[in-house]
Design a protein around this ligand. Structure first.
Ligand SMILES: [Zn+2]
Length: 301
């Protein structure tokens, strides 16, 4: 705030300075809202034969490696791409071999770095319908409330639909639309080999409504978007039916990553196999959503 030291500063520039100062104070809680685990570095590691973790301590990013180049799932915060790039290189892979970029959801904590990843790697960005237009606007016009930060818009090369496959170098990823948390929230499934056996992988895209979401419409208070409660119900039905041995997600906290990492040295890659943990997450998450719906219905009456 050098402006205050300027003796020739007139009233106008003092007002501008005050506005700038207030703006800084107003913006501070937003920045402080980013948990330290979202930016704290995490040593990258192999999950299975063709699948690696390249995210931070909690914000997950996955590298799927194929003979014809690699697929990156999630670009995370605007500040994350350099960290992801360093993790990819530390594992011995080339950043420029990233051919395809996929996302778990269009929120800033998974998509804000997408523009930079695409610029640096030339990857094709493929995003689920419902989220594609959000990513192309930098989350400028979507539902969700003030906690969701806008980010650099990025062109989507291909709009995915529920059940569509993404194929590269013999690897097949399936995009499951698990909407509600965002309109095109995507759960990815694939197969990886652990202890030389093929195992089904589920990367959960998101399952919880934010505090600001309205799942039930009431007079003067529309639902966050029409059909959001039905979307959540369909999401839990979809998740419940997916075959899952290797349980992963958009945040490490979804699948207790840090606790499993502590077991990794003694137990090996089997620590990622947790079908019981997967089903219990779905069970608890669905209970929470149903409770939110009941509370909002009661408040309406
Ligand atoms: Zn989100």
């Amino acid at each position: 705030m050098k402006i205050w030291a300027n003796t020739r500063c007139n009233l106008f520039c003092r007002v501008i300075g005050l506005v700038a100062l207030l703006g800084t104070i107003a913006a501070a809680p937003l920045r402080a809202a980013v948990p330290t685990d979202w930016t704290a570095p995490q040593k990258p590691f192999a999950i299975g034969s063709n699948l690696y973790y390249v995210g931070s301590r909690d914000l997950a990013a996955y590298l799927v490696v194929t003979p014809q180049g690699n697929i990156l799932i999630n670009a995370n915060l605007a500040s994350s791409p350099s960290q992801i790039r360093a993790s990819v290189r530390a594992l011995g892979f080339h950043w420029r071999d990233t051919r395809i970029l996929l996302l778990s959801q269009a929120h800033y904590d998974h998509a804000a770095g997408a523009a930079q990843v695409v610029r640096e790697t030339g990857a094709r960005l493929m995003v689920m319908d419902g989220d594609a237009q959000v990513v192309e606007s930098g989350d400028a016009h979507d539902f969700g409330g003030p906690g969701l930060l806008p980010y650099a818009p990025v062109h989507v090369n291909h709009v995915l639909h529920d059940g569509e496959t993404v194929r590269l170098g013999g690897v097949v990823l399936v995009a499951h639309k698990t909407a509600g948390h965002s309109r095109g929230c995507t759960t990815w499934t694939m197969t990886t080999r652990i202890a030389d056996r093929p195992e089904p992988v589920v990367i959960v895209g998101g399952y919880a409504p934010l505090d600001s979401y309205r799942l039930v419409a009431s007079p003067g208070h529309p639902a966050s978007y029409p059909g959001i409660a039905a979307d959540f119900a369909a999401t839990f039905k979809t998740l419940r039916a997916l075959p899952c041995e290797v349980f992963l997600g958009a945040h490490g906290s979804y699948f207790d990553m840090q606790a499993k990492l502590r077991r990794l040295p003694s137990e090996g890659q089997r620590v990622w196999m947790d079908p019981v943990g997967y089903q219990s997450l779905i069970h608890d998450a669905q209970g929470d959503v149903q409770q939110r719906i009941r509370q909002q219905e009661q408040a309406r009456n």
